[in-house]
Design a binder for this molecule. Structure first.
Ligand SMILES: [Zn+2]
Length: 309
């Protein structure tokens, strides 16, 4: 299945559609173009912005860990950006979910890391999406998997690396059926993947196993335990804190309440009767995610993505 976050990243990065197809770019098309910006989030923790989902970089005493990797064709630029922070070997690459703007460089990075780690459904979906490719074009699948095919089963994997603990947690279906949130408790930092997006309406990839109710439930849980001074890295948008996450929780609650207040209403009616102006942090990105497509997902009446490329 074609990874579904393509349009998301397309719009955010304002890039031509043709440049994004994951495996259409041959090795020679990789560039080290300087699209990446590195921001320190906490001691030893960085967020790398570029084209696609926000990348987390965790530097321990002897190693580095990467969370997501954007696109294959800009992998050299990503590696150059990492080098500006650390020369330590990248031991693990964690994929927060299967979408191509978070896993596109797996094929390149698998040669540089000891293991790619993700939810079992991420491996399954990437494997399925590669089935039609030539054998030489396949690869970059997660080797270490947590969780079960039934995405309602919660799962957790702890990585203990040089005295730094990383908690990988799958709370159930949300953005997709393979979401993993990565917490670094000692630093009060969490990378949310696309369960938390700023600037654009939430994406519920129902065809990728996502669930609106599941997303609301897990954001409630995360918001309940996150320390006040937490740094929150969203899948897209600026590095935030607990305040922004609580506001997002309230937004999801409002969406949920609106759907429940008028059972039987079509997504269009739900969209037209919702106070969209009250939530300026989240905007439709036409034609990919609209208020109508969001309410279609929230009310179980259609996919949470308006149109595929
Ligand atoms: Zn995504």
């Amino acid at each position: 299945m074609r990874p579904l976050a393509l349009p998301v990243a397309l719009v955010l990065a304002a890039l031509p559609l043709v440049a994004h197809a994951k495996h259409q770019a041959p090795q020679s098309a990789q560039t080290d173009q300087k699209v990446h910006k590195v921001e320190q989030v906490a001691d030893g923790i960085y967020c790398i912005f570029g084209q696609g989902g926000n990348i987390g970089l965790i530097v321990t005493d002897r190693h580095a860990v990467l969370i997501d990797d954007q696109y294959e064709r800009i992998a050299p630029g990503l590696l150059a950006a990492i080098k500006t922070v650390t020369d330590k070997p990248i031991k693990y690459l964690i994929n927060t979910h299967h979408h191509g703007d978070h896993t596109g460089a797996n094929l390149v990075l698998e040669k540089q890391v000891m293991a790619i780690v993700a939810h079992a459904n991420v491996r399954k979906r990437l494997e399925t999406s590669q089935a039609k490719l030539e054998p030489a074009e396949r690869g970059g699948l997660p080797e270490l998997a947590l969780g079960e095919e039934d995405s309602r089963v919660r799962a957790r994997l702890d990585i203990h690396l040089d005295g730094t603990d990383l908690h990988l947690v799958h709370f159930g279906p949300g953005h997709t059926d393979g979401d993993v949130l990565v917490g670094i408790p000692a630093k009060h930092v969490i990378h949310m993947g696309d369960t938390f997006i700023l600037g654009m309406l939430p994406i519920i990839d129902t065809e990728g196993g996502g669930s609106f109710e599941g997303l609301v439930a897990q954001i409630e849980v995360v918001a309940s335990f996150l320390p006040e001074d937490s740094k929150v890295i969203p899948g897209h948008g600026a590095v935030s804190g607990k305040k922004e996450l609580l506001r997002y929780r309230d937004f999801l609650r409002a969406l949920q309440a609106h759907v429940k207040a008028g059972p039987g209403r079509k997504p269009k009616e739900l969209a037209e009767s919702f106070d969209t102006k009250a939530w300026p942090e989240w905007q439709p990105v036409s034609p990919f995610v609209t208020w109508e497509s969001l309410f279609a997902a929230a009310s179980g009446q259609g996919p949470g993505i308006a149109r595929r490329p």
